[in-house]
Design a protein around this ligand. Structure first.
Ligand code: C5P
Length: 289
């Protein structure tokens, strides 16, 4: 809650990190079946919601460029979807401070939509439970239900069947080599769609157990993303050179993550990579448990 007005609500839309992402099949409607382990990072977009006439959106922040505040924005779509279901006419003034790069594989738009559903559910005192919000969320995008969950999980189906998972809080570095990636294009470029799912994952918060397990898993979108955008390989190489425990692409890219022993190593690595590639988006962060 912000202090300036009783009716203002603040939410963080946390970055979603696919620690592994196995593509296991394809549905008749074209959507792919996935088996993915996901965690969320402390870094995220910031949203505030206040009462307003109609639904309005203002976008600011370091990653705002190129985003439009109209009906094509997932925030507006989420607000409209909730208002429709709830038959709500009160409106809302929404501010979005965009810190996460767009079209970057870390679910920024989906997390914004999820934060909007939760924020407006509170602002409009609707009391929809998480199942109801998930159902609305899924109509906006396959990743929205997992962003509503916001904690470590395993997702299957097209990303909507969720199971909580125990894992440690990872010290991580996120690197985006500044290429916008089209998710449908990456799925379309897949050569193989019937890959094996991941085996049973650790049920513990032990870092080395998780790193060892994750290093045997994959992101099945990674090679087709690299083929289309070779700078993703350069981003992975930069993380590997800095002795990350594991470096992999998230989602359909282009953002890659590296896991580190501790926050100090992650911070030092972020500084080194940012020095070498001043045009890249590079942050040290921690995952949420
Ligand atoms: O659901 P969302 O709009 O985020 O997905 C964007 C696109 O990514 C879809 O239109 C589809 O082409 C592809 N996709 C997919 N299988 C998934 C998720 C997304 O093929 N499970």
């Amino acid at each position: 809650m912000r202090l300036n007005a009783l009716t203002a609500i603040s939410r963080t839309a946390h970055a979603k990190i696919n620690l592994c992402l196995h593509v296991t099949g394809q549905r008749d409607d074209g959507y792919h079946l996935l088996d993915t382990i996901v965690t969320f990072a402390e870094i995220g977009d910031q949203l505030t919601f206040e009462n307003g006439d109609g639904v309005s959106l203002e976008i600011s922040g370091p990653e705002a460029e190129g985003l439009v505040a109209n009906g094509s924005n997932l925030v507006i779509k989420a607000a409209d979807a909730l208002a429709n279901v709830a038959n709500e006419h009160r409106g809302a003034k929404i501010e979005l401070c965009k810190n996460l790069p767009v079209s970057s594989g870390i679910g920024g738009g989906s997390a914004d939509a999820a934060a909007t559903l939760v924020g407006l559910n509170d602002l409009w005192t609707k009391e929809y439970d998480s199942d109801a919000l998930s159902k609305i969320g899924l109509s906006l995008g396959a990743d929205v239900p997992m962003c509503l969950h916001g904690k470590p999980l395993r997702a299957s189906g097209i990303g909507e069947q969720l199971e909580p998972v125990s894992m440690p809080a990872f010290s991580m570095v996120l690197v985006n080599p500044r290429v916008g990636v089209s998710t449908p294009e990456i799925f379309k470029a897949l050569v193989k769609r019937d890959n094996p799912p991941a085996p049973r994952c650790p049920d513990s918060d032990d870092l080395s157990e998780w790193v060892s397990w994750l290093s045997r898993q994959r992101n099945d979108l990674q090679s087709s993303a690299i083929a289309l955008h070779p700078s993703i390989q350069t981003a992975l190489d930069s993380l590997e050179t800095c002795a990350s425990l594991l470096a992999r692409m998230s989602g359909s890219g282009a953002t890659c993550f590296g896991l580190f022993e501790n926050d100090a190593q992650a911070a030092a690595t972020a500084e080194t990579i940012a020095d070498q590639h001043p045009d890249w988006w590079v942050v040290a962060t921690r995952s949420i448990v």
